[in-house]
Design a protein around this ligand. Structure first.
Ligand SMILES: [Zn+2]
Length: 150
């Protein structure tokens, strides 16, 4: 990359980069969330992301449906329902099952893949926060605080 002639050149590079990097970071953050361990057998070779609900069964590519998994688990599970498959494995345990169930129901992280829709989804998820920050309340409460401290 050369020297940017215009500040907009930098903006262009930034937006191109961030799309690629965002996907990589997205995957990395999922693996990081599991400490690099396979979500199923807990080995430390989680090199793949498994669709908990298989794509072929309508599973999404959202964070809540992606679980770091080792190749062995990913291949062995295939397109089976994860719990049916998991309970048959020798390494099955309740704690791991609960962790996965928690992960699946954690709707806070629905983002990247939704693109523009993410902002609306986030406000829907936090209805209390958007109520607190209503425009009506802000000027009066701010004004009082300023007067009190001054
Ligand atoms: Zn595994």
């Amino acid at each position: 990359m050369g020297i940017a002639e215009d500040w907009k050149d930098l903006m262009f590079d930034l937006s191109c980069l961030s799309k690629q990097v965002a996907k990589r970071r997205f995957k990395k953050s999922i693996k990081y969330g599991w400490g690099g361990l396979c979500g199923y057998c807990r080995c430390n070779r989680a090199t793949t992301l498994d669709h908990i609900k298989p794509k072929s069964r309508g599973g999404s590519s959202l964070r809540s449906n992606l679980l770091p998994a080792c190749l062995e688990c990913n291949h062995s599970k295939g397109t089976e329902a994860w719990l049916v498959w998991f309970q048959r494995q020798t390494f099955y345990n309740e704690t791991a099952k609960e962790l996965i169930e928690e992960w699946i129901t954690n709707k806070r992280f629905i983002e990247e893949e939704l693109g523009d829709g993410c902002i609306n989804d986030r406000t829907e998820i936090c209805p209390n926060q958007s109520k607190v920050r209503s425009i009506k309340d802000e000027p009066t409460s701010l004004g009082k605080d300023c007067l009190a401290t001054a």
